[in-house]
Design a protein around this ligand. Structure first.
Ligand code: SF4
Length: 727
């Protein structure tokens, strides 16, 4: 593919810019100014395999696909090219003006789970030290925050996977809940294939018979929003069948009696009625899960993106704890994080309630430590701010100016038309992005920033493995790094020091800020990352002779691939059961909106599609949104394959062609969420928030579905009655 700028002469080993697998890849400059992505077999996570997104990632480096000049809003309303000084001055002046008129909390900052650790760290510091605002959060709140909240509640620590992926093929059974790695991270599928080749079993829980579910030994297809009840029903059977590991529960957990009582209130027959999963299927799942010595439960967005997501994940963790399948070799609960730096992005301070090192902003000791590293008064640090959706909902009212870095909420936020309206109502919007995303199109100033191949930085993959992404090519003239943006803005806002542009310098500070915290990176440095294929946190810096500054003779900490084997990270070392009970989704079907909508991804697009929709090969494979529905529902609607369907919720209307398949329940439709415009799935989704994680309920809402044209008399005549459609 074409690129501009000078290039390093040699092949550069680095990592994919997209999902949390962070596949290793090589970038090689070739004659004619092209860059090729090729296999990098030495990285153990993907062993050379790449999906189509990774293979084509370099397409977005092309000048035609990406921004190469700052843009400012002209008097006629159009975005026009501008110089960097003009653009940065404009941002700084507007932020200053807003702060003077309304106070610091009228300034908002919205980050992204794709930002490197260095950028996420610097962005959080910029918000709190330079702007003095508490109003910072990021799109990772939409991704895995319920799993983070449940993991912290149960284990005292949230790391997506507490073990490396390489453990999966060696366990006995995996329950994969609301996860479709065949579409979201295809190279990871081999771990599950190898599990089955080794004699293990795979259970997939998903309302759709996905490509992942097709490979399972057992597929459970609950009604969307009922997997909490499903987990409780399984735990009920574990108890009733005498499969509780009593010695483990006694020795390593607390809160069992309350959790047991809650589960025993969920009879299998009742769970069958709620979920649609039959009692024999429940019994078979329990048999498969409990038979081997070791087993795992892995969740993803399905159970997490619900207004009861934390409790839902908690119920699955309870199943692991009751059967002694956590904190033991080849056993445990894990979350398959989605975004490229979804793990690291939630550890270093761009989340509304956190300081670097996964510290709590409300913890006085944490505030003192981080303020010391930053050279500021701890009392000057703002407190926790609004969560992502709440922040977006406050735009134009409490929050008057917003800086967005690496996020496209116009497509990715729930109730997206409302969010788009809030963005339009701002006094001032600045967006840093690689491309002119739908959010950038609304901005007063757009800053074109570097991409993964053009910058060095670290990410932390879904295993908690800290990785080094290396710069392979020089960015085109007119493009700058996000760290340069923050440096330039900080200086203009009166903070001359503390915002270096060198990522290694930022990482060195991050190490000190994280030292002693739950996510301790202090024993990791760039040289080590360049030598090793990643280092698992926590990795504290070793101390020699009790002297923190004398580390020369100390043995480096090896990192921690496997957590909790000796004790959990709670105060008493015990894992905590969650006493959870089933409750309905925030929005259940009714006469006006009788069908359930669930949303998700397709293999050829990534998140809001801002980058992947600019790649011809990916667009050819996945050109636009669709509405997946069962033939019985299609018949009731009089819809044929490809017919435009209007999906209407209480928040808006989206139109996309019908895709008819028996792989989905008749009471449910599915839409992928990667596209803007008429087919934008998030126009429909419900922003009801989980009370703990503040995660919106993307995965279930009530809709009505109509053919977006007048049906012919013949179609009207052949519509079956509603009872024919019932499952
Ligand atoms: Fe990139 Fe994820 Fe595909 Fe790997 S699976 S190549 S990390 S998008």
């Amino acid at each position: 593919m074409q690129n501009t700028g000078t290039r390093n002469p040699a092949t550069t080993p680095t990592h994919c810019p997209y999902c949390a697998l962070q596949c290793g890849m090589n970038l090689t400059p070739v004659d004619g100014g092209t860059v090729e992505v090729s296999e990098r077999a030495d990285f153990p996570v993907n062993r050379g395999a790449l999906c189509g997104k990774g293979r084509t990632a370099a397409r977005v480096l092309a000048p035609g696909a990406r921004l190469t000049s700052p843009l400012v809003r002209a008097a006629d309303g159009t975005l026009v090219p501008a110089g960097w000084d003009e653009a940065l001055d404009l941002i700084a002046q507007n932020l200053e003006r807003t702060r003077a008129a309304y106070g610091a909390d009228a300034l908002g900052v919205f980050g992204g789970g794709g930002l490197t650790n260095e950028k996420a760290y610097a962005l959080g510091k910029f918000a709190r030290v330079v702007l003095g605002t508490s109003q910072i959060d990021y799109n990772g709140r939409f991704c895995m925050s319920s799993a983070a909240a449940a993991g912290t509640r149960a284990f005292g620590l949230d790391r997506g996977l507490p073990f490396p992926l390489e453990d999966i093929p060696r366990t006995g059974c995996v329950i994969l809940v609301g996860s479709n790695p065949a579409e979201t991270m295809p190279p990871s599928l081999r771990y599950f294939t190898e599990l089955r080749e080794n004699g293990g079993t795979l259970i997939v829980v998903d309302p759709r018979r996905t490509r992942t579910a097709e490979q399972a030994d057992l597929h459970l297809a609950p009604r969307p929003g009922t997997d909490l009840a499903l987990a409780l029903g399984l735990l009920h059977l574990v108890v009733a069948e005498g499969r509780v590991d009593r010695a483990y529960v006694e020795e390593r957990t607390s809160g069992w009696e309350e959790a047991r009582a809650a589960a025993m209130a969920h009879w299998p027959e009742q769970v069958e009625r709620i979920t649609g999963v039959s009692v024999p299927e429940l019994r078979e799942a329990v048999r498969l899960f409990c038979a081997p010595e070791a087993a795992m439960v892995l969740t993803a967005r399905g159970p997490e993106q619900q207004a009861k997501g934390t409790d839902t994940v908690g119920a699955w963790i309870n199943l692991c704890l009751a059967t002694g399948r956590a904190g033991r070799p080849l056993s445990g609960y894990g979350c398959l994080t989605g975004q490229g730096n979804g793990q690291g992005g939630r550890e270093h301070g761009q989340k509304a309630d956190q300081l670097p090192g996964y510290r709590k902003l409300t913890d006085p000791a944490a505030r003192r430590h981080v303020a010391g590293v930053w050279g500021v008064d701890p009392d000057a640090l703002p407190g926790p701010g609004r969560s992502a959706y709440e922040l977006l909902d406050a735009l134009g009212t409490d929050i008057r100016s917003l800086l967005v870095m690496g996020s496209n909420p116009v497509v990715s936020a729930p109730r997206a038309a409302h969010v788009e309206g809030r963005l339009r109502s701002l006094d001032f919007l600045a967006v840093c992005d690689v491309v002119l995303s739908e959010t950038a199109e609304l901005a007063d100033v757009v800053l074109p920033v570097t991409q993964w191949a053009e910058e060095t930085g670290t990410t932390t993959n879904l295993e908690g493995r800290v990785l080094l992404r290396r710069r392979a090519i020089t960015p085109p003239a007119g493009v700058r790094g996000d760290l340069e943006v923050l440096h330039g803005l900080a200086g203009r806002l009166g903070v001359e020091k503390g915002f270096p542009v060198d990522p290694e310098e930022v990482f060195e500070e991050l190490r000190r800020a994280s030292a002693g915290g739950p996510a301790d990176y202090s024993g990791i440095d760039y040289r080590r990352l360049a030598r090793e294929n990643g280092v698992f946190w926590p990795c504290p810096a070793p101390l020699a002779d009790d002297d923190a500054d004398d580390r020369t003779d100390a043995v480096p900490h090896p990192g921690t691939p496997r957590l909790f084997l000796d004790r959990f990270a709670t105060d008493d070392g015990r894992a905590r059961f969650a006493p959870v009970a089933h409750r309905p989704s925030a929005e259940e079907p009714d006469d006006a909106y009788p069908v359930l909508l669930t949303t998700g991804r397709v293999v050829a697009q990534y998140q809001s599609g801002a980058q992947t929709r600019r790649v011809a090969e990916l667009n050819a494979a996945a050109p636009g949104p669709f509405v997946e529905l069962h033939p019985r529902l299609a018949a009731r609607l009089g819809a044929a394959e490809g017919d435009p369907l209007a999906v209407v919720s209480r928040r808006g209307r989206a139109v996309a062609p019908a895709r008819i398949t028996t792989a989905i329940r008749p009471d449910t439709v599915f839409m992928p969420f990667h596209w803007p415009g008429e087919g934008r799935a998030n126009t429909l989704t419900n922003p009801a928030l989980d009370p703990d994680s503040r995660m919106p309920e993307f995965k279930v809402c009530a809709v009505r579905v109509e053919v977006a044209r007048q049906p012919s008399p013949h179609e009207v005549a052949r519509q079956p009655s509603p009872h024919e459609v019932a499952r």
